[in-house]
Design a protein around this ligand. Structure first.
Ligand code: SAM
Length: 358
C-alpha cells in the first residue's frame, strides 16, 4: 500500500515518544549551530525585506515533528537573522515560523510545548514537503533537519510481486538485489527534485535554505561498522523470525518496506546540481556526535521505536509492537557490532543553498 503520509513519529511526551527519544537529532542542531550562524551573517540578503515596506521575515521548518528540536533551531535562526538586520539597518521585522509536517503529525503536542518566550509568530502547515505548500515567493528561510531520508512512498516495483525489484522477505534495500536499491535510489532522486522545485517556488530570490540530511558514508555494506540501514535490516530480521513463529503473516513481511533512503554526499550533490534554482553555498559532513549518546540496547531500540513504530503499527498491528521491539533489543544486546554505538557510522550532510534570482 502506498504511504501518503499515513504515519508520524510517536507523539506526546511518554516513554516511547519522539520528544523523549530524539537526543541524536537534537545533537544535530547543536552541531549545525555555528555554521548556520556564520552563513546567515555572511550570506543572508536582508535588503528585499525592506525594499517596499517592512514585511514579516518567514521561516519554515519542513518535517518538524513535535517541535522539541525545531524550537532551538528556530531560536538560532531568528536570533542570527535579527543580528544581521541590526548590523545593516535600524528596523527589525516581525518573524513568522511555519511548522510543517505530515497531516498525522502530533501538532497539538508541538503547540503545547512551544517556548513561551519565543520571538516569532507560529503557525502550522500540514502536508507533504514533496509538494508545494506555501504561496510563491513568500518564504525567506527554509530549514529541514533529519527528514529528507523519508521518501514519498515505497517504490511501486518493490511492492509488485511480478517485478524483478520485488523485495520478498526483506523490509529495506540493504542486502537486497540491485533492482531494489535502484528503485529506491530513483524514487529518492525524484523526491529531492520535487522538494527543491517546491522550495524554489516558495523562497524569495536570495532566500537561504539549510538542509541537514541523514546519509551514509558509502553504499557498500561493511562488517566493521553499521548505519541506520543496518538497523532497519536488523528489525527486518526480527519480523522474519516472528513470521516463522506464526506471530505475524509471512505475506505481511513481504508487503512491508521502509520508505527510507540514505544518500551519500556525491549522490546528493549531483541531485542538487541538476536543479538549476539554487547555488550551493556550503556542503559538508557535519561534525556531530553520532548516536554514541545512546549507549544501551534499550535506548537504541526506543530511539528506533519513536520514529518507526507508527509505520510498523499501521501494517502489522499495535498488538505485536512490544514483542517486536523486545526481540530487537535482544538482538542488539547480543551483537558485539550493534552493541557498541561507536561502530555507528551514519552521517549528516549539511547543505546551505541560496535561491538564485529568476
Ligand atoms: C526524524 S523526524 C525529524 C524531526 C525534526 N526535524 C527533528 O530534527 O527532530 C522526521 C520528520 O519528517 C517528517 N516527514 C517525513 N516525510 C515528510 C513529508 N513528505 N512531508 C512533511 N514531513 C515529513 C516526519 O513525519 C517526521 O516528523
Amino acid at each position: 500500500m502506498p504511504l501518503l503520509g499515513l504515519y508520524a513519529m510517536n507523539g506526546g511526551e511518554g516513554p516511547n515518544s519522539y520528544a523523549q527519544n530524539s537526543s541524536y537529532q537534537r545533537g544535530v542542531v547543536d552541531a549545525a549551530k555555528p555554521i548556520i550562524e556564520e552563513e546567515i551573517a555572511t550570506k543572508l540578503d536582508v535588503g528585499h525585506v525592506f525594499s517596499t515596506h517592512v514585511k514579516p521575515f518567514r521561516i519554515a521548518d519542513f518535517g518538524c515533528s513535535t517541535g522539541h528540536n525545531s524550537f532551538p533551531a528556530m531560536q538560532i535562526i531568528t536570533e542570527s537573522v535579527q543580528k544581521k538586520f541590526r548590523s545593516e539597518t535600524s528596523q527589525i521585522p516581525d518573524f513568522q515560523v511555519l511548522f510543517n509536517d505530515q497531516v498525522f503529525n502530533d501538532f497539538n503536542t508541538l503547540f503545547r510545548s512551544i517556548p513561551p518566550q519565543k520571538n516569532y509568530h507560529a503557525a502550522a502547515v500540514a502536508g507533504s514537503f514533496h509538494e508545494r505548500l506555501l504561496p510563491k515567493a513568500s518564504l525567506d528561510f527554509a530549514y529541514c533537519s533529519c527528514a529528507l531520508n523519508w521518501i514519498s512512498e515505497v517504490p511501486k516495483a518493490v511492492r509488485d510481486d511480478t517485478s524483478p525489484a520485488w523485495n520478498k522477505g526483506r523490509v529495506h534495500y540493504t542486502g537486497a538485489v540491485q533492482e531494489v536499491f535502484e528503485a529506491y535510489s530513483n524514487r529518492y532522486a525524484n523526491d529531492i527534485g520535487s522538494f527543491l522545485e517546491a522550495r524554489a517556488e516558495e523562497l524569495v530570490s536570495g532566500g537561504l535554505m539549510t538542509l541537514l540530511v541523514p546519509a551514509a558514508p558509502c553504499f557498500e555494506h561493511s562488517e566493521t561498522f553499521y548505519t541506520t540501514q543496518s538497523e532497519l535490516e536488523l528489525i527486518g530480521s526480527c519480523l522474519v523470525d516472528m513470521a516463522k513463529k506464526g506471530l505475524i503473516g509471512e505475506e505481511k513481511v513481504d508487503t512491508f518496506n521502509f520508505p527510507l533512503y540514505f544518500t551519500i554526499p556525491q549522490e546528493l550533490k549531483a541531485i542538487i546540481e541538476r536543479s538549476n534554482s539554487f547555488s550551493i553555498e556550503r556542503m559538508e559532513i557535519l561534525n556531530n556526535p553520532g548516536k554514541c549518546t545512546l549507549r544501551s540496547a534499550d535506548a537504541r531500540a526506543t530511539y528506533l521505536r519513536a520514529t518507526c513504530e507508527g509505520l510498523l503499527k499501521n501494517h502489522f498491528g499495535s498488538e505485536v509492537m512490544d514483542e517486536l521491539f523486545d526481540r530487537y533489543t535482544k538482538k542488539i544486546a547480543a551483537s558485539p557490532l550493534f552493541l557498541d554505538p561507536d561502530n555507528e557510522k551514519s552521517i549528516i550532510i549539511l547543505v546551505i543553498l541560496k535561491r538564485k534570482a529568476e
